[in-house]
Design a binder for this molecule. Structure first.
Ligand code: DMJ
Length: 646
């Protein structure tokens, strides 16, 4: 091999290859680059190639859905069969047929706020957006996205294709001035109002399409990778969504799902399930669907799973273990502890009590009542507030001194009130414990933020107050309102309204208009903004608590602003979490509207709860799952309030 020479370049003539000489300047530039490349030494060329490869690898590695792929694992399950036939003892309660009439509500105040601004989230009312992206910038970014859609037909989040359908609708909207349910943040409230329930049905159908196409019969859809993930391997999303389909009037989808439950769903599986999660989602979902449809197949399935969960209560203390193998009939705590979570052992009562009422088999209600009896008399509470852990051997609270209304304690409070309502308001101890706890919240956890005085619920750790609030706490405005509606102190409704405003601000102050998982409130004077979000807390899992509370607040006050707030939230779910091929995804970063960073997972509660509460919020029919006839379990499955025996 001889070293490169001028002769070599001349002899390897591009003019020969292209056949066009140097007339074309583009071709000339290409040839000149090639010549320069050939002039480099082998070492120089190798170095350049090495850096290019390195850049390419870094680019791929920083693409989150790839890393998500690497993290995701699908489980396999084994099957054994067992049958269970039941006859209902108590007749089912049928709801009013789905109607769309808008009868005015009694306490209606009709304080609508119309917005003529286009673009994603605007700060309403008294709060100014501080430190956040300005409306103009956000609007410009949204316009950029629309431009990108015009040019290439997709919005690409570092390679992830999302929501072309939706984005295209914006274009059509702009061009044709046609109505479209989503991406119309600035649309007049009155103009879009009639379409809101339909927009939820549309969202449900889109989510269902993804589940049907890529995850049918599996637990959760992974909409970006067009696949699924398993938790229990029991078709969790399908079961969680059954009563939502019924309530939304999606008969065709419901029939398909029902056929799967009837022919494919089996609980004879060698699989560990979490007692709480499978009770609220599966047992609750099946019981509720039985009540709505009157189809005893759902009750048989409910009794099957209910009986298979019972080994969890075989503990020295009768406080249940967290996990049960529903095939083997064995139960155990998590590997690292013999503790259970307080919210988990005290938020399975509505379902097991109802199962006993329907089957007349007393063991279900007896087991969960024993848990309540023990928790009622335990030491370690702070003004009715409970710690987060309880030991399955001793039956005592552990890790004492930490109190929260968020994860691990939240639904304890919710189920105190709801059991009291379910049982016809006769079990006074439940109501008294609830009232005491709400006083405990006021005394120990309630504070105002600075500078705008948002009322929020913080946490207490060994006597120290922390201004941290989980999105999960946003169930509380709805629960307080439900209590006030049922005759508990009227000031609970005042507090509910204040906390509702705060939960709404947790959405509206974010650049995507979607709440993070956890916020911290500023309390010191001179703060420039009320809400801070830590880097690790910026995700949104499509959770329901805020729209759940909006539903209660609207039902009880008739104030349309709650519907308008829910409408904004739905539009932002459509804007930032909808995947074009079907489904919605959790996101990692609610503070970046350009790159919310999809997590590639649609939680079952998005169909079980979030969309159901949005539909009920917009439906304007107080008889559609009347709150005087039904009580919702903590997974939004309505169960009947027991008829009075007096
Ligand atoms: C649901 O499973 C239930 O609402 C539960 O009470 C809390 N977590 C999720 C929704 O956020």
């Amino acid at each position: 091999m001889h070293p490169p020479s001028q002769k070599d370049y001349v002899s390897i003539s591009f003019a020969e290859k292209g056949g066009g000489g140097y007339n074309n300047s583009k071709q000339w530039r290409r040839q000149s680059c090639w010549r320069k490349w050939k002039q480099l030494s082998r070492l120089q060329r190798s170095l350049i190639l090495f850096f290019l490869v390195l850049l390419f690898i870094c680019g791929i590695a920083s693409y989150p859905s790839v890393t998500e792929h690497l993290r995701g694992l699908a489980d396999g399950e084994q099957h054994t069969e067992r049958n269970s036939i039941l006859r209902p003892v108590v007749p089912h309660v049928l709801p009013e047929p789905v109607k769309q009439g808008p009868p005015p509500l009694p306490e209606q105040t009709s304080q609508r706020k119309l917005s003529n601004k286009r673009g994603p989230p605007f700060l309403p009312n008294r709060l100014q957006r501080k430190g956040n992206t300005s409306d103009t910038v956000v609007e410009a970014k949204a316009a950029d996205s629309r431009k990108e859609v015009n040019e290439v037909g997709v919005i690409s989040w570092h390679g992830a294709v999302i929501d072309t359908e939706q984005a295209t609708e914006v274009n059509k909207d702009e061009q044709n001035k046609a109505a479209s349910p989503a991406n119309q943040n600035a649309k007049s409230t009155n103009e879009s109002e009639a379409n809101r329930p339909e927009a939820v049905r549309e969202a449900f159908r889109h989510a269902w399409k993804g589940y049907k196409d890529f995850a049918w019969g599996h637990d959760e859809l992974r909409p970006l990778s067009k696949s699924y993930s398993e938790w229990f391997g029991l078709g969790l999303t399908l079961i969680d969504a059954l009563d939502t389909m019924w309530i939304l009037g999606l008969k065709e989808e419901f029939e398909e799902a029902k056929a799967w439950v009837s022919t494919e769903l089996t609980f004879s599986k060698n699989v560990d399930v979490n007692l709480f999660e499978s009770t609220i989602r599966i047992l609750g979902g099946l019981l509720s669907t039985y009540h709505l449809t009157g189809d005893t197949m759902f009750l048989e399935k409910a009794n099957d799973i209910g009986s298979r969960l019972m080994p969890a209560f075989n503990t020295p203390s009768k406080i249940p273990y967290s996990d049960v193998n529903i095939g083997k009939g064995t139960a155990h705590p998590p590997r690292w502890t013999s503790d259970s979570t307080v919210a988990e052992v005290t938020s399975i009562q509505l379902e097991f009590r109802e199962l006993t009422r329907l089957t007349q088999e007393p063991q279900y209600q007896a087991a969960v009542a024993e848990v309540m009896r023990q928790v009622h008399k335990l030491d370690g509470k702070l003004d009715g507030l409970v710690p987060m852990f309880i030991n399955t051997n001793s039956g005592l609270f552990t890790h004492q001194g930490i109190y929260t209304l968020g994860a691990r304690a939240d639904s304890y409070y919710e189920y105190l009130l709801k059991q009291w309502i379910q049982g016809g308001k006769t079990e006074n101890q439940l109501m008294e414990d609830y009232l005491e706890a709400m006083e405990g919240v006021k005394r120990n956890m309630l504070q105002k933020s600075s500078p705008n005085g948002l009322t929020f619920v913080g946490e207490v750790s060994h006597g120290q107050f922390s201004p941290k609030m989980d999105h999960l706490v946003c169930f509380l405005p709805g629960t307080l309102a439900l209590g006030a509606h049922n005759g508990l102190p009227a000031d609970h409704m005042d507090l509910a309204k204040q906390l509702m405003e705060t939960c709404y601000q947790m959405y509206v102050q974010m650049e995507t208009g979607l709440s993070p998982e956890i916020v911290h409130f500023n309390m010191h004077e001179g703060s420039t903004r009320d809400i801070e979000v830590k880097l690790a807390d910026r995700h949104n899992l499509l959770r329901p608590e805020t729209v759940e509370s909006l539903f209660y607040l609207y039902r009880f006050t008739g104030d349309h602003k709650y519907q308008d707030w829910g409408w904004e939230i739905l539009q932002n779910f459509n804007k930032y979490t909808k995947i074009s091929s079907g489904g919605y995804t959790s996101i990692n970063n609610v503070r970046d509207p350009d790159y919310p960073s999809p997590r590639d997972k649609m939680e079952s509660f998005f169909l079980g709860e979030t969309l159901k509460y949005l539909y009920l919020l917009f439906s304007d029919d107080p008889n559609l799952i009347s709150l005087d006839q039904y009580v919702f379990n903590t997974e939004a499955h309505p169960l009947p309030i027991w008829p009075s025996t007096a």
